[in-house]
Design a protein around this ligand. Structure first.
Ligand code: ZN
Ligand code: CU
Length: 484
């Protein structure tokens, strides 16, 4: 008789491809999926009865800022408790590696950690640190354009010179050789918005040959969003690299209702090149407090402030009133600070979330003392609220957006699908009960309905909480695959 480590019996298996569920047994051996079949005969040391539950490939959080968190806080409960088995770090132009601090930590690098946490001058040194930290989830990593700018430029409010771009490119190549998934930019931030399209195009040139992706927090998500999309697509075309638009949204009241136009342009672009996007299932964003985004008509909640710790949790409006100043002036006094901006319309968000090119990325901020609820809630919210509750898409489709599609697009080999021989990254959940519980008021709260999470074959989380196993690995870039 076949021997295996774990046997999961009678599960409704959604394999991550988008295909319908099938009732199957799944056997795990040596960290991989050993066998899948209707009733497997196999001697297992652990048997789980999964009757009534869905077994899916572990979710891949394609948009995270967990770079330093996976090392400092390797239990990764916020993600594991959602069924996430792989996080992609290094988004929005900011990455822990390769990075060498020169003076002050530029915004928004401070979203990742404190100055002292940045100790990975090469990508290889970051990979080595991951190996030592043994995080509970797998980690794939992008290289941040802003991190590279910091390494080679004396100031970030100008475009890079050719010599500086050359230095940045050498570091990008070192990272790509060591398995980096691609390059990310954060062109909306003051630390990168002086970069020209040309700067990014020249820097990103090695991506095409390497089969790596270009992801971007675009230059703007407000009025000029279509131009920003065109810029991102042009960079992808020039460098023969797939483009992934990060946290696609129509930001700001003046921009509400434009999801149709935005998705039309996305679809038009997709006919000629590889383009995808990610989205979080909330009508509010979160980042550092940006004076350019202060709008008296919007609810903006302050999550932290270096000079005014005491105001965390209050709205900018409340703070401004109690100080008898304008919101803009209050925002100035709060710097540096973090904020949640209720600047997205629910209708636009739903249309983008439901689009077939959209993957799911939490964009959670793990260092924030009062984080946006997306950090703990994203994946169960997509399944419970938007799939089961609102019927925006089918369950097989939802799982595909969270597992199969991201693995193919980012080149995470032998992950994202339930297939014999693939890594045994799995999540078992109750499709009738799964739901997020994190709210804006109580953001640190584990989801309901997750019955089991296996990472590389190790049971890492159950309904009773984390098991203490930490079996995550660094995931090197493999071949990307696109089905438009
Ligand atoms: Zn971003
Ligand atoms: Cu981000």
């Amino acid at each position: 008789m076949l021997r295996c480590d774990t046997l999961i019996r009678n599960a409704k298996v959604l394999d991550g491809s988008g295909g319908a569920a099938e009732l199957k047994d799944v056997a795990l051996c040596g960290g991989r999926i050993g066998a899948i079949g209707p009733s497997l005969e196999c001697a297992a040391s652990a048997v789980t009865d999964a009757a009534g539950l869905v077994l899916a490939p572990g979710f891949i959080d394609v948009h995270t800022h967990d770079d330093i968190c996976v090392i400092r806080n390797p239990a990764m409960l916020a993600k594991l408790s959602q069924g996430v088995t792989t996080v992609i770090v290094g988004n929005c132009g900011i990455s822990a590696a390769p990075f060498q601090l020169a003076g002050e930590l530029p915004e928004p690098m401070n979203l990742l950690g404190d100055a002292g946490d940045f100790c990975y001058p090469t990508f290889a040194s970051y990979v080595a640190a991951l190996g030592e930290a043994r995080p509970a989830v797998n980690v794939g990593a992008l290289v941040g354009h802003t991190a590279l700018r910091n390494n080679h430029m004396d100031r970030l409010d100008r475009a890079a010179t050719s010599a500086e771009i050359e230095g940045m490119r050498e570091q990008l190549c070192e990272a790509l050789e060591n398995g980096a998934l691609g390059l990310s930019t954060g062109l909306a931030y003051l630390s990168a918005d002086a970069a020209t399209t040309e700067e990014v195009m020249v820097l990103a040139e090695p991506l095409g040959r390497a089969g790596a992706v270009y992801t971007t927090h675009m230059r703007t998500e407000a009025e000029a969003i279509l131009e920003a999309m065109e810029e991102a697509f042009a960079i992808g075309r020039a460098d023969h690299a797939p483009v992934i638009v990060s946290h696609l949204k129509c930001a700001g009241i003046g921009n509400w209702g434009r999801a149709g136009e935005v998705l039309q342009l996305l679809d038009a672009g997709r006919t000629g090149q590889q383009i995808g996007c990610d989205c979080y299932p909330y009508a509010a964003g979160s980042s550092t407090l940006d004076l350019r985004q202060v709008d008296e008509r919007l609810k903006i909640t302050i999550t932290w402030s270096t000079p005014h710790e005491e105001v965390a949790g209050q709205t900018l409006k409340e703070i401004a009133e109690s100080w008898s100043v304008t919101q803009l002036e209050a925002a100035r006094r709060l710097q540096s600070a973090g904020a949640i901006y209720h600047s997205i319309s629910e209708g636009d968000m739903r249309r983008i979330l439901a689009h077939p090119a959209t993957m799911i990325g939490s964009d959670g901020l793990p260092c924030d003392p009062r984080p946006h609820p997306r950090l703990w809630g994203t994946f169960p919210r997509v399944l419970g609220r938007y799939c089961r509750g609102e019927n925006l898409f089918s369950l097989p489709e939802a799982v595909h957006k969270m597992a199969g599609m991201p693995a193919q697009r980012f080149g995470l080999a032998e992950r994202g699908l339930i297939r014999e021989g693939y890594w045994a990254d799995l999540v078992l959940f109750d499709p009738e009960r799964i739901i997020d519980t994190a709210t804006y008021e109580q953001p640190v709260s584990a989801a309901k309905g997750i019955a089991g999470v296996w990472v590389n074959g190790e049971l890492s989380y159950t309904a009773r909480g984390a098991t203490g196993n930490r079996a995550g690995r660094f995931v090197r870039r493999g071949k990307t695959a696109w089905v438009q």
